[in-house]
Design a protein around this ligand. Sequence first.
Ligand code: NAP
Length: 281
Amino acid sequence: MPAQLISGTQLSQSLRADVAKRAAALAARGKQPGLAVILVGDDPASHVYVRNKVKACADVGFHSVFEKYESTLSEAELLKKIDALNRDPLIHGILVQMPLPKHIDPHKVIESIATNKDVDGYSVLSAGELLTGLPGFRPCTPYGCMKLIESTGYDLRGKHAVVVGRSNTVGKPMALLLLQANATVTICHSGTPDLAYHTRQADVIVAAVGRRNTVTADMIKPGAVVIDVGMNRDDNGKLCGDVDFANAKEVAGYITPVPGGVGPMTITMLLVNTIEAAERT
Ligand code: NAP
């Protein structure tokens, strides 16, 4: 039987409707949630991401500030801009779009964002909060993946989850969130000798690699939950994930499509983190 699709587009709609309701409730008390998005340089993909984030803010009734700077902006100048936003009472979340130009240290920039405005959840403190199970901002993409799994009613307790990829922004926090949900977690990476050996034992696979067809149908246990974070282009230039979707959907129990799976959830969870930041202050 073909897999059930987990639609990030649909889930996003309901989560964003809830965010909009909460934003309206705050606005009625005189506080409009505010997100600041900073873009440095001319990376075309970053422009698209930032535009989508700013539009998503408007759609749920947030105030948003979009600050765009030339790629020649110095690190010191950028840190000064962030400092001003840290002090701005109308701003509850700050996001600096990555990648930054080479002369700017991304770690320094991330650490300069006030912890209570770190809605991307990338700072060392936010990572530590996740590691130790303290409340805090969870990185938006893995947080969205968890919501997608939760939306199916699937119980992760005692299940074997295999995360393919170990980046600080996706793979590692994903593994920690799955662990927190009491799954038994395996993390695979480019040095894993036999990826298929691990994925074939998985009740849940999260693929976050950035290479299409990394996970093929023969690597999936029948009935498994497959979450595809990858964003790649096929030979025709069409967006595709890391999973061979056409064949994998015949084996998996649940699967996310690309597009329309994890992608919309990332921005949705940014909105969720921002409304929480606004509600907390
Ligand atoms: P990344 O920083 O490049 O990390 C990729 C990971 O994949 C690394 O840990 C790497 O291992 C591992 N890897 C590479 N080749 C492998 C192989 N053959 N077998 C097993 N593991 C392998 O990428 P990322 O930022 O985590 O993003 C991953 C993908 O998700 C990309 O396509 C990105 O565009 C997409 N993404 C999508 C969203 C969304 O909203 N949908 C958000 C973020 C990212 P090593 O550590 O050993 O190098």
